[in-house]
Design a protein around this ligand. Sequence first.
Ligand code: BG6
Length: 487
Amino acid sequence: MKKESIMILIFGATGDLTRRKLIPSLYHLVRKDLLTNCTPIICVGRKDLSRQEFIDRLNIEKFIEAADPEVLERLLARIEYMRFNVTSDTPEDFTASIANIQERYSCADNKLIYLALPTSAFQRTAELISSLGKGQGWRRMVFEKPFGEDLKSAKELNENIRAVLNESEIYRVDHYLGKQLVQNILTLRFGNEIFSGAWQKRAIDHVQITVSETLGVEKRAGYYDKSGAVRDMVQNHLLQLLSFLAMEPPKDDTPDALRDEAVRVLQRLQPLNSDDVVLGQYGEGTLNGEKVAAYQSEDGVADDSVTETFAAIRVYIENDRWQGVPFYLRTGKRMAKRYAEIRIVFQQRRRYLIGSNGDPNMIIIRIQPDTGIALAFNVQTPHDDYKTESVMMDFCHHCHFGPNTPEAYESILRNVLEGDHSLFPRRDWIEASWEYIDRLYEVAQKPKMYAAGCDGPAEAMKLLKSDGREWLTDENIATAPAIKDFR
Ligand code: BG6
């Protein structure tokens, strides 16, 4: 990576994202010596804090494990705190404070601006940045999700931002695309000839995508109760996973070729019927032996809230590769277990030499907390010629590559520093995803209740049962012992 001097500006710096993700990721970039000494990190927040008070609030010992004191010193030396209120302070105040810092660092004019702010503040901040003038260097502006709340608002936001920034200056974050095993979907598909022929309807029976969380709504009710699981997780993370799994090979290795194919998947999604969508909301229940409250009893959530905390969706893609192959998407809060994985389930055919049908072949992409890729296939048992058993070849990512694999946000920041747009959704992808989500809400029924600590409402099980399938986990497939032994 080319090292350049850059002014890094983080808006919303007193929030959780900065503390938990951005500062730890910047620590690792300093540790890897990827930032020049002339790279101030200007943290902008509304609170009236001294620089030291701001640094104390970062709670570094908690969020950067076993930090190296020397690296930490290099990181902290470049952190500045700027009190500024995007909605009430003037662009002149902002320009003056920036000029002051710029003078002290005598840096080049490149600017990376990270907006860890609510969507409502995006446009105003973009205008503020444009008031600084273009300068000599580059300007890259990073927008945290959610990018809009429906098609109309996303379109408006895109329009307004484009009025002050070029598309090449805009980076819309989906942190799932920074995850190693999500990026590996592309490598698995396009870097391994062995799988390319089988990646289509003649071999694949169906695909399951699960992102299951044990966390509840935490302290985010204000945002979450207006959003719900579909806007919070499906519109972005799950549809991105779907795009990567289903896209055609990009025509070249440019970021736009990849993004062209990702958006084509969304444009070919078949309209949904009401029985393709199951929404749910958690009631009280028991999780890891502890009693947990119902969603409606969480702080900041209305007693009669009908916001969904769970969604399961059956998706079909109308193209030659995927005609008739269902993709089942599922995500929820307060579920039994925290994990994210993809199961590509192959068709089962009775063949000469195989006495029993065996289990279906399967590719399992484990996104988290275990990371890796497993392949389930049948072998003949030694003691009975007519029996087969499903066994597992299991690639464990962290066992092979060791600890310190870059966290999602480190990859995201690095890509922005490199000016690489490949892993950032483009405007047309965002709009196509919202169009689909708007249609989904039109057909969806009211959320069904599920007890916290289970796998979602019974209706979500029926969604697959009605197709003669079931949600697969390591526990309910014959290969479970093999997987457990391996770990
Ligand atoms: C965020 C959602 O985008 O992703 C959260 O807003 C969710 O509600 C989080 O908890 C999950 O991310 P991860 O990386 O922990 O799977």
